[in-house]
Each structure stands twice: as C-alpha cells, then as structure tokens.
Design a protein around this ligand. Structure first.
Ligand SMILES: Nc1ncnc2c1ncn2[C@@H]1O[C@H](COP(=O)(O)OP(=O)(O)OP(=O)(O)O)[C@@H](O)[C@H]1O
Ligand SMILES: [Mg+2]
Length: 350
C-alpha cells in the first residue's frame, strides 16, 4: 500500500467550485454526543465538509448513519441540555457553535432554508399556505402584510403552483404531498438564503413527483446561486443533484469526492455496496444486491473500521485493530479504508 497522506484538516474546496471561492458552509471536526439513559453516546464523529457557493454537496448513507443529526447541528436545532457539540460550523465565515438560540433562530429561515422529508408535517395545518410563506418574509425581512402576501404569491408561482393567487388561500390539507413540498421550498427560499438544507426532500413523494421536485430544485439553485446540503439514502438522487458527495457510515464520513468520481471510481467497500444496490445499476432481472447486515447502533461501534463486520474485503487483524483515518493522496478523494489502494472496486460504469 502506498503511503497515504493522513488528513487532519477538512478537504479543500471541492474542485467543482473553481478552487478559491470561500465556503458558504464549513464544518470542521464536528462531533455530536447525546445524553441517553446509558449516559453520553457519541453519534457523529469528526465530520468535516465544505460547501462553496452554488454547489450541492450530498450526504449519503443508510438509515442511522448520522445524516439528519449532522444537519440538525448545522441548523442549531439539537436540544442543548442533552447534546454536546464539538468542532466548528461556520456559515459564511460566522461560527454557529456556541451562538445563542435567538441568534440561531434569526439565521434559520433567513440565511439557511430547510426542506424536510414530511412536507405536510412541517406546515401548520391552521394557516393558509400563503400566510405561512408571508409570515417568514414578515419575520425576517420586516415586510408589511400586503407586500409579504404578494411576494408569497409570486413565490408560489415560481415553485410551480398553478393559479398561485387562488391557491395561496388554501390550507395544507387541500394540497397533495408534492404541492406541500413546493410550498416548503417556497418558504425555504423566501428570504434568499445562502444555504438550503434538504433532508430526504423527495423520499415521501412518488417517482414522477420526485423527478419534478428535483428538477425544480436544480433550476432554482442555478437561478439563485444557492448552496445545498442534500441528504439522501438514494444514490440515484445523488447522481441527479450533487456536485460532491460525502458517504456516511456509523457517524463518520467514509468517502468524500466529486459525484462522478464516486460513481466511476468508488474506493470504500461501503460505497461499492451502495452502488450495487441502485436499481438502475442492476441488469434487468438480476436480483438487487443489498449490503448484508445493518448499520450498528452507536453503542456497538467497533474500535477499528466500523464497516468491518459487513465488509466483503475485511482483513480482520488489520482492519479491526485501530481506528481508520480518512485519508487520500489528494483532497479530492478521501477514503476511510486501509485497503482502498489495493482493492479494485467496481463502479457503476465499466
Ligand atoms: N436524540 C437522540 N438521542 C440519542 N440518539 C439519537 C438521537 N437522535 C438520533 N440518535 C441516533 O443517532 C444516530 C444517527 O441518527 P440520524 O437520524 O442522524 O440518522 P440518519 O442517517 O438521518 O438516518 P435516516 O436515513 O433513517 O434518516 C442513530 O443511531 C440514532 O439512533
Ligand atoms: Mg435522517
């Protein structure tokens, strides 16, 4: 195995950004611990990621890998009494870790927009969709009622709601799931945030609606030059949305690289497993291969490689004896696997 550079710092700007753009979001060495009946348990460990302006960075991994809690930390939405946050989260250069709840509430909705998996649950059933969009504009931009309402209608129109003026007076239960998600997107974008965090935004939608939603997000991102942290367990969605991908497993980033490279030249056996499980990547009639086993809960994480118990390429003595660093010859492809250089893993093409 060649001598790999041990990377103690987060990766430099993704090359897709052209190299020198300052990061909109810069997460460095983020670790999260939660207070449980069994004491403090670490659920995210040493996660670093950069999102330059106008770039979509994916966070992908199976259920329980730590994607949502990482994004909640970025938004300052984890309960303070039961959470320990260490590391740094900077939004446009401003440190969010340690900020007051009030300051964070001002940033949410204004500088960071959010879109979650359950659009209907995120909307208030008691208010019309128009009022809910207008409320964000009034709160963060101090607009008067009338101006906020007309901006809300324009936003509804922009996210593809037909007859926006009339539909702005509808309540969430009168909208389909896909329409509710468009409303959530309008709310997320209302104040022209620098960053949008989208956590499985299309998982609850059917396939056609999902495709429309992804297309809309891509379109609006280009139009508004926003950065997106896109969370999904679906690599097919990653291929459509992301410029750069961080694969998470058991609370750690295990592979970080530009999207195309992840698909063509995966280096972590976990990534290879995820790629093999994509329906489109599977020849017709072939059985979809799933990775055997499940993501272990934090209480069962191994001292060495956390993926070792599920890995087809494990060499027990080597892989299980000590924590494996995230490393790479250059920062555009980091991998947390001691065997990354010697394994010839299969990508989705070739
Ligand atoms: N408040 C909490 N207290 C203790 N553990 C928690 C808490 N919230 C989440 N966890 C644990 O943190 C880990 C990561 O959870 P998280 O919800 O971030 O996963 P995820 O990658 O978003 O999964 P999914 O794809 O299912 O949404 C899990 O093991 C989960 O059980
Ligand atoms: Mg989640």
């Amino acid at each position: 195995m060649s001598q790999r550079e041990l990377v103690g710092q987060p990766p430099a700007m993704p090359s897709v950004a052209g190299g020198t753009a300052p990061a909109v979001l810069q997460v460095e060495h983020l670790s999260l611990e939660f207070l449980t009946p069994d004491g403090w348990i670490r659920v995210v460990e040493d996660v670093s990621l950069d999102i330059p302006a106008g770039v979509t960075v994916g966070l992908v991994g199976e259920s329980g890998s730590g994607k949502t809690v990482t994004s909640l930390a970025v938004m300052g939405l984890l309960p303070r009494e039961t959470t320990r946050v260490s590391g740094s989260i900077r939004l446009a250069g401003r440190e969010l870790v340690g900020m007051s709840q009030r300051q964070l509430a001002d940033i949410r909705g204004a500088e960071v927009g959010m879109v979650f998996q359950e659009p209907r649950r995120s909307l208030d059933p008691a208010f019309t969709v128009g009022d809910q969009i207008a409320e964000v504009l009034r709160r963060h931009e101090g607009l008067d009622r009338k101006t906020a309402r007309s901006r809300a209608v324009a936003l509804l129109d922009r996210v593809g709601i037909a007859e926006a003026e009339r539909r702005s007076r509808s309540y969430p239960h009168e909208f389909s799931g896909g329409m509710c998600q468009r409303v959530m997107l309008a709310i997320a974008l209302a104040c022209r945030p620098k960053l949008v965090i989208a956590d499985e935004p299309t998982t609850a939608l059917d396939v056609t609606v999902q495709k429309e939603m992804l297309r809309l997000m891509n379109e609006l991102q280009a139009e508004l030059d926003i950065s997106i942290l896109f969370i999904t367990h679906d690599l097919g969605v990653v291929a459509e949305m992301c410029d750069w991908v961080n694969v998470m497993y058991a609370g750690q980033v295990v592979e970080s690289t530009p999207m195309e490279r992840l698909f063509l030249d995966p280096r972590h056996p976990y990534t290879e497993g995820l790629l093999a499980a994509i329906p489109e990547g599977t020849p017709q009639g072939a059985r979809l291969r799933a990775i055997p086993g499940i993501v272990p809960p934090p209480s069962e994480w191994m001292h060495g490689c956390r993926f070792a118990p599920r890995c087809a390429h494990v060499q027990a003595e080597r892989c299980e004896s000590a924590p494996v660093p995230l490393a790479g010859e250059d920062r555009s492809h980091l991998v947390r696997c001691l065997r990354a250089d010697e394994l010839a893993l299969k990508g989705i093409v070739g």
